[in-house]
Design a protein around this ligand. Structure first.
Ligand code: GDP
Length: 476
């Protein structure tokens, strides 16, 4: 090596160190994970959160916004070059354009870097006083909650997983098509790709149907959101009953087993290693109202799925994951019931209580190793206004909005949520078919047409409180 080369590499080394030191020390980064099952409201949440942090007029409860500590907020290129960027601009123009509509939902993992300049006395303490505003980067990572459900697969052999999948089919309708294909299949025969595809296809159809019917646990997660894995062998498998004798390697059964194992090692593990393990703070969005509307079975399924999902945040839940997370933990987890604008504000506290009760089991079982947790009811984008109506001498607390189906204005009385969450959760646990006491309605509202004042983001409910819980402590 020439002396020049040595000097070069030394300088590069020093530059490398100073870059990482300045990033870690002067420009701290929070990786904020946003997850929830499909249609929980992740895309709308991120879009509105970012818009409301860029224009903070409607964020009085976010520390830093209220005291003026945030000197500026802007979007910067994200640090990870191979993760798709969260398509903020397209989603925002969908929500706030002249013909407002809901944006396309999350289908895979994506990322967005939001950078905040925070005034002295905030971040950095003494150093802040010397050097002026500090920069805090918030890297928002959006990913489907279904992918967290897959963690449970790591503990299960193919036969155990298949037995669970068949047990679930018993509790739901819609698996007839898959069972019909299965009944015509000799699972010990030589693998035939069209047969494997027919089984995987009808199994996927059943999972999609279950999701449509309001069920939450429709794992394996990638079957619903395959992205660029669609059609690949890791997604061309299905549960099969265990044969009496182990068939040869070339059989359909053994190949399905092999593909299931490949799904675990080549799809599930890389997600946890590359994305999940780097998250500092997490928000878990839950469409609790949607499940309540779908009925007791959907509520029970949601409760179980949440317990499963939160298992991913429990140290020691899985030995492989624990070894990845040594010395690292998620500092804060927020459980947010979304779409609270379907309810009059007089019912928000009840929705929060239901959310807390849904999570209680999961939280009790999961020792979050010191992570701070909170539950709240929010609406990322408020699509309704409140209205009181008289009906048979009673005042009904309604909400009014533009219907997605017809574009017409309509008022909705969603039904009275119970004060005691057990009124819902107990029949759900007991396997009831429908609610006895009441009916819970939901309507699909379109986003309202907005005229935003300069400095104001889109209207929301408690998004500022949610943001404060997630990052407020770093803004003072
Ligand atoms: P994702 O699959 O988790 O990304 O879910 P989205 O963010 O795409 O939301 C799914 C759907 O839920 C949207 O298309 C809206 O219909 C509805 N939605 C989400 N957030 C809100 C909200 O704050 N208020 C209302 N009324 N509807 C919402």
């Amino acid at each position: 090596m020439r002396i020049g080369d040595i000097a070069d590499s030394m300088t590069r080394g020093v530059e490398g160190i100073s870059a990482s030191v300045s990033e870690a020390f002067f420009e701290p980064v929070i990786r904020l994970g946003v997850t929830g099952l499909s249609r929980a409201g992740k895309t709308v949440f991120i879009t509105s959160l970012v818009a409301n942090i860029l224009d903070r007029g409607r964020m009085p409860q976010l520390r830093g916004a209220a005291y003026g500590a945030i000197a500026a907020a802007y979007l910067k290129p994200q640090p990870d070059n191979t993760i798709p960027r969260f398509d903020y601009e397209t989603h925002l123009s969908a929500l706030t354009g002249t013909d407002p509509h809901w944006p396309e939902s999350t289908r895979s993992v994506s990322e967005l870097r939001l950078s905040l300049k925070v005034r002295q006395g905030g971040l950095g303490g003494i150093l802040g006083a010397v050097t002026g505003p500090r920069t805090l980067h918030v890297d928002i990572v959006d990913y489907p909650g279904e992918w967290l459900l897959d963690l449970a697969l790591l503990d299960k052999s193919y036969d155990e997983w298949a037995a669970d999948a068949f047990a679930r089919m018993e509790e739901r309708s819609g698996s007839e098509g898959f069972r019909a294909v299965l009944s015509e299949t000799d699972i010990t025969a030589e693998l035939s790709e069209p047969v494997a595809q027919a089984l995987a296809g009808s199994f996927t159809e059943y999972l999609n149907g279950a999701r449509e019917a309001g069920f939450s646990d429709c794992s394996p997660g990638r079957f619903l959101l395959p992205g660029d894995l669609a059609g690949s062998p890791v997604l061309t498998f299905a549960p099969l009953p265990k044969p009496d004798r182990v068939p040869p390697r070339s059989s359909l059964y053994r190949e399905m087993e092999r593909r299931y194992e490949a799904y675990k090692s080549e799809v599930v593990k890389p997600f946890f290693r590359d994305h999940f393990s780097k998250i500092d703070r997490q928000v878990v969005l839950v469409d609790a109202l949607g499940a309540i509307h779908a009925g007791p079975r959907a509520v029970e399924d949601l409760r179980r799925a949440m317990t499963e999902i939160l298992g991913a945040f429990r140290p020691g839940r899985n030995a492989w994951l624990s070894s990845l997370l040594v010395g690292k933990r998620v500092e804060r987890i927020l459980f947010a019931a979304t779409k609270a604008d379907h309810l009059h504000h007089t019912q928000h506290a009840r929705l929060t209580a239901i959310m807390q009760a849904l999570m209680r089991d999961a939280r009790r079982r999961a020792d979050f190793a010191g992570a701070e947790t909170a539950a709240m009811a929010i609406a990322s984008l408020r699509a309704t206004v409140e209205e009181e109506r008289q009906h048979q001498g009673e005042t009904l607390h309604c909400v009014r909005g533009r219907l997605l189906s017809t574009g017409r204005q309509a008022a909705l009385y969603p039904g009275e949520l119970p004060e005691d969450p057990a009124v819902l959760l107990e029949p759900a646990r007991g396997g009831a078919d429908h609610w006895l006491e009441a009916d819970y309605n939901i309507m699909n509202f379109a986003p309202a047409r907005l005229t935003l004042k300069p400095g104001d983001g889109p209207p929301h409910i408690r998004l500022d409180k949610a943001a404060d819980f997630l990052i407020g402590d770093r803004l003072t």
